[in-house]
Design a protein around this ligand. Sequence first.
Ligand code: PSU
Ligand code: MN
Length: 342
Amino acid sequence: IWQLSRIHHILKRPQPPFRQATTAVAPPSNNNLIQLEHEVQQALANGEPVVALESTIIAHGMPYPQNVQVAKEVEDILRKQNVTPATIAMHQGVCRIGLSQDELEDLAIAGTEGRAHKCSTREMSTFLMRSSFPQNQLLWGATTVASTMKLAHLAGISTFVTGGSGGVHRGGEDTMDVSADLTELARTPVVVVSAGIKSILDIPRTLEVLETNGVPVYGWQTDEFPAFFSPASGVQCPDRVDSAEEVARAFHFARALQMTHGCLVGVPNKDPASGASVEAAIQSALAAAEEKGITGPATTPFVLKTVAETTKGDSLKSNIALVKQNAEVGGMIAKAIAETKV
Ligand code: PSU
Ligand code: MN
């Protein structure tokens, strides 16, 4: 039902080095594998700033109804900056760039009802196949950092705001559980604005993998790589930026050099969950995951949920605050990318 030839065409389209990053590359047709919401399509066509948002954080990262409240608030924060938000997900055999308020609500409920599937890049094509069957019309494909980056890029969106990115899991040197988010950061030119990566992961090894893959990592007005719930990881950040213009200029230089990589901007959380109790909760959640045999893609949602329960909502409150903060920064970066040339 979708037109693969069109997608092939998009992927093959040559990209001149100074192409405005906000130019829409997806066809405007609604009858397509990638559907842009009208508002998003208009903004991209006019060269106005657009910020992509992921759906795993909604479906699997937070409980209902906080998840949908945050999703809507983050969109509002961006609109107040005259930036168009585009929450990305997959539904009924189609990739969606921009969701309505009712759809955000349904996605958030789908997370609690088991109708949402966590889809990183590996799962995307399989989910599209399954969800195009009539009996699967209620399913949502919740996109992670990796798959949201991919779809944002196909749609012509250069900036993406999330909570935390994936990375190398603790013990990853044995399990080889390394998030596809890192692979996508190496091969897809999208700026990912996050609060760093949380200490359920191995931060130093994550930074090593990013270095190997040539991905710039910036601390936002900080020298220390942020650790999601806390601004303090004890790990030096590879580089530091103090303004959105710096990110935009570096982004455009990377395009001018025809490099494929995106970059990771780590914004220190100004509303940290109380450090010691969260760290203890993370330790016990990781132990519980091991005891229950929870591994792979199920790990992050399980640990987040368990930590939120153990800290009696303290970690959730901090999680919500940091996502909003990231939206403020991401909006500025999207504007700078739309305005800056090198
Ligand atoms: N970190 C969070 N909240 C999240 C995630 C990470 O604080 O919801 C999600 C993001 O969608 C991220 C994904 O891309 O988990 C990484 O999962 P994995 O390690 O399975 O690749
Ligand atoms: Mn994994």
